[in-house]
Write a protein that binds this ligand. Structure first.
Ligand SMILES: NC(=O)c1ccc[n+]([C@@H]2O[C@H](COP(=O)([O-])OP(=O)(O)OC[C@H]3O[C@@H](n4cnc5c(N)ncnc54)[C@H](OP(=O)(O)O)[C@@H]3O)[C@@H](O)[C@H]2O)c1
Length: 245
């Protein structure tokens, strides 16, 4: 894709992978609107990168998603790219009988329902735009789950599957459908200090942007690049290794 001259709505852009991508799109000459729940994190990002446009919204809420799409397309009629990046990750013990379903359901709503709904809401607008794209951020765990984050892994498998169908259905519209497949990246995903084993977020983002610019549709990095290209036998081995079996 051309990294310049886009108007991009990027969810979860105040931190981690989302912020790293947002800054690179800005530097390449695109307009970027970042979305998140925490106004203070959005303001912090904007202070560091004044050209960023910020919008507080909770993508877990269907009415807020609808309003976000309405506001974004009315305020930025040239909006041509949606990046579905917002996500959460919870460590879940499925045998825990006291677990609260609403808490568990949030992961499904934020990681799967929201990107599907936002894509649906924006397709009518995007199909009127030149060089339109929807970019979904999935995971290496889309291909082989980590059992300690079972719902998260399932949501990312679902989003990968949806991305393939979306690409197929949107082919006649000219809207490109791209997928970023991160490996473990050092961000605050799941809570501060839980993902420090991951790769450096800037190294990861530099590699992703170069490959998007080169026209790739599905982009991994390191172990997630191996996972997305793996055979079933390799995925089974990866599952055993990851889950200590
Ligand atoms: N880090 C990794 O190892 C890794 C690996 C594979 C895939 N990924 C994926 O990469 C994406 C970005 O994650 P990250 O690692 O950069 O973690 P992060 O720093 O925690 O970023 C997640 C962002 O999503 C936003 N968000 C979460 N729930 C939201 C909601 N309901 N409405 C609006 N915004 C929401 C958060 O902001 P607020 O809390 O302020 O809303 C935050 O800025 C996620 O989809 C994640 O699953 C990450």
């Amino acid at each position: 894709m051309n990294l310049a001259q886009n108007t991009i709505l990027l969810t979860g852009g105040a931190s981690g992978i989302g912020l790293a991508l947002a800054v690179r799109f800005l530097q390449a000459g695109s307009t970027v609107i970042i979305v998140g729940r925490r106004a203070d994190k959005l303001a912090e990002a904007q202070q560091l990168h004044p050209a960023l446009i910020t919008r507080v919204a909770d993508v877990a809420d269907a009415a807020e998603r609808t309003e976000l799409a309405r506001w974004a397309t009315a305020t930025y009629p040239n909006l041509n790219v949606l990046v579905n990046n917002a996500g959460i990750q919870n460590r879940v013990q499925l045998t825990d009988e006291n677990a609260d379903w609403d808490t568990r359901r949030q992961e499904i709503v934020i990681n799967v329902e929201a990107p599907i709904h936002l894509a649906t809401l924006l397709i009518p607008h995007l199909r009127q735009q030149a060089r339109a794209a929807i970019i979904n951020v999935t995971s290496g765990l889309s291909f082989s789950p980590a059992a300690f984050v079972p719902i998260y892994s399932a949501t990312k498998a679902a989003l990968h599957s949806f991305t393939l169908s979306l690409r197929h259905q949107l082919k006649p519209t000219g809207i490109a459908v791209l997928e970023i497949v991160p490996p473990a990246v050092n961000t605050d995903l799941g809570g501060p200090g839980l993902h420090t084993f991951g790769v450096d977020v800037n190294e990861f983002a530099d590699s992703v942007m170069a490959r998007l610019a080169a026209g790739e549709e599905e982009v991994g990095y390191g172990t997630s690049e191996q996972a997305r290209l793996a055979s079933r036998a390799e995925l089974d081995e990866r599952f055993r290794m990851m889950n200590n079996r």
